[in-house]
Design a protein around this ligand. Structure first.
Ligand code: SAM
Ligand code: DTB
Ligand code: SF4
Length: 361
């Protein structure tokens, strides 16, 4: 078979196995969550292998470029001015400081630099500084991501023109649970910002937080919202709540670990081509828990000892875990390299499957 015929055959098989659907019903998502754990993991891993190298994880590094004193009332957040946390607030960092941090992140093997600001939305006076940060990160050869709150159409276009690759804006939770968590911006505001990011031509990073005291049906509803967007986000961060003293959610009950792993697996099945990020909360997870998340289809993490304000595992701990698991970190590739890699992955996974079936036959 010629390469293109092989490619078509593999693509056809892939399409038949895991179509990208935008019409998930809540009942269908609940049925995925209700599967026996081993069946769910097998299904998630099967879908994962259709689109990705199962032994590769993308690594991003986060930096808070403006910390604390945020006017929004997110009940989980250390940075909301309404929450009495012991956080030292900081003004918008200088471009030079941000680029120093990006260089360090690049040197330790991170391919994407994500910059977060504790804003409801960026002010016009901040835009020139933010645009310079993007240009500087791009000049280092890294992918860039920002999370600055709500964006107007025009601001999204400015960020895109400066070279921003990804914009992170989470839905956070289900529409039904949302008002228990945030009252200062609506669910529709979030959907509008995601729409502006898409229209401007940037990649979307959007996910949520679990362990906020939501019900199981809220986790299903959040994933349905994300998967049913007109175009699924390229990156889907699943954050486990980091409980912060002084926030209204400081004493909420822990989410059962298996419920978190199920969330990752269901996200993987519903959004087969997206990178699913095992995001905040890894410091509270042991190696075995994180490994089960990778097995469930998580293929991205934040790398570096700090998230925005909360701690994250030390890089040498992550390196050790990756070595134990035989996981490599993803490199940045252009679109043609991505297509070639996907084809190779699909072919290798088909071969592994044949070898496996031969062995057990
Ligand atoms: N201020 C901007 C906004 O909210 O749009 C950007 C930064 S905000 C910190 C980005 C995301 O981080 C939130 O939407 C939330 O999903 C996540 N996050 C914040 N605090 C968290 C916590 N304590 N635990 C888990 N995730 C958290
Ligand atoms: C996302 O979904 N998680 C990151 C990133 N997007 C900006 C933020 C996690 C924040 C964890 C709590 C903190 O560091 O304050
Ligand atoms: Fe502000 Fe973002 Fe924290 Fe909400 S999550 S309080 S918008 S920094």
């Amino acid at each position: 078979m010629s390469l293109s015929a092989e490619s078509a055959a593999v693509n056809q098989a892939t399409i038949e196995k895991s179509p990208i659907r935008h019409n998930w019903t809540l009942a269908e998502v609940e049925a995925l969550f209700a599967m026996p754990f081993n069946d769910l993991m097998f299904e998630a891993q099967t879908v994962h292998r259709q689109h990705f190298n199962a032994n590769e994880v993308q690594v991003s590094t986060l930096l808070s470029i403006k910390t604390g004193a945020c006017p929004e009332d997110c009940k989980y957040c250390s940075q909301s001015a309404r929450n009495k946390t012991n956080l030292e607030k900081e003004r918008l960092l200088e471009v030079e400081k941000v680029l120093e941090a990006a260089e360090k992140a690049k040197a330790m093997g991170s391919t994407r630099f994500c910059m977060g600001a504790a804003w409801r939305n960026p002010k016009e006076r901040d835009m020139p500084v933010v645009l310079d940060m993007i240009k500087g990160v791009k000049a280092l050869g890294m992918e860039s991501c920002m999370t600055l709150g709500m964006l107007s159409e025009q601001q999204a276009e400015q960020l895109q023109e400066a070279g921003l690759d990804y914009y992170n804006h989470n839905l956070d939770t289900s529409p039904e649970h949302y008002n228990q968590i945030i009252t200062t911006r609506t669910y529709q505001d979030r959907l509008d910002t995601i729409d502006h990011v898409r229209s401007a031509g940037m990649k979307v990073c959007s996910g949520g937080i679990v362990g906020l005291g939501e019900k199981a049906i809220d986790r299903a509803s959040l994933l349905a919202q994300l998967a049913n967007l007109p175009q699924q986000p390229e990156s889907v961060p699943i954050n486990m709540l980091v409980k912060v003293e002084g926030t209204p959610l400081a004493d909420v009950d822990d989410l059962e670990s298996f419920d978190f792993i199920r969330c990752i697996a269901v996200a993987r099945i519903m959004m087969p081509k997206s990178h699913v990020r095992l995001s905040a909360g890894r410091s509270a997870m042991n190696e075995q828990m994180q490994s089960l998340c990778f097995l469930a289809g998580a293929n991205s993490i934040f790398y570096g000892c700090k998230l925005l304000t909360a701690e994250n595992p030390e890089t040498d701990q992550d390196t050790q875990l990756f070595n134990k698991l035989g996981i490599n970190t993803e490199t940045i590739a252009d679109d043609s390299a991505v297509a070639a890699k996907q084809l190779k992955t699909a072919l290798v996974n088909e071969q592994h499957k044949d070898l496996f079936y031969d062995a057990v036959r």
